[in-house]
Design a binder for this molecule. Sequence first.
Ligand code: Z5A
Ligand code: MG
Length: 231
Amino acid sequence: MSSSKRGAFIVIEGLDRSGKSTQASLLHERLQDSQDVATTPKVVLLKFPDRTTAIGKMIDAYLRSESELDDRAIHLLFSANRWELASTITAHLAEGTTVLADRYAFSGIAFSARKGLPYEWCRTPEIGLPAPDLTLFLNISPEVAAARGGYGLERYEREEVQKGVRHVFDKIGQAMQDEGEGKWVGIDAGKTKEEVAEELWKAVEPLVGGVQGPISRLWETTLTPDVQGGS
Ligand code: Z5A
Ligand code: MG
């Protein structure tokens, strides 16, 4: 990688049971294989929510219905769970490491807006997070998702929830494209694991050698001057 390049930030988002974690893991392996430096890890895989941190443990208890939280409180915890890793992401990218994330801010907005919280309110705590260079959105029909097994025991794993989430994700994807906020690529995740992996690789391969330019921040341009402390 040339010294003027930084690592790429790649996010995998998508509908329930679309195979995000499966593909994140396959992509992680393939990226590791495509890099020749054995001494330092040049690709890291993160998963959101990161249930290992103190905040992540609160999220985990909520998802397992072991605790109850106000809708806004859990939204802010999911966001805080990303913010506690924001400087780590930035540091990895700056040193040339590719960062792969299994879910990110877009899941946060989709699940909370589906509950009826205002879209803009949901988006606000995510403003300023490291922005992905590429978001791969795994799309799957409800029929194919259903064929992958019944819903689990966690909160949100119900058909009507997933329908609402799909609707908000469509809105986010459209807005990302309209606003030019990093590349958003829809992937047909109803194919075999190998076929989906190939589709992902086509989008990811150009970023393997790193990307030019500074790390941008999510939706930062939407901040008004008075919010930024300007005149
Ligand atoms: N949430 C939120 O509200 N706010 C936030 O900010 C964030 C998340 C970040 C837990 O997330 C919940 O948190 C989630 C959103 C909410 N609620 N829901 N629903 P999670 O990431 O921990 O959720 P998960 O348990 O990992 O489920 P998932 O992500 O929806 O699944 P997936 O990763 O997309 O699928 P998978 O585990 O890779 O595969 C599912 C099954 O399908 C598995 O048996 C695979 O072997 C199979 N599979 C995968 N690909 C294929 C293909 N191509 N063909 C056939 N079978 C396949
Ligand atoms: Mg998953």
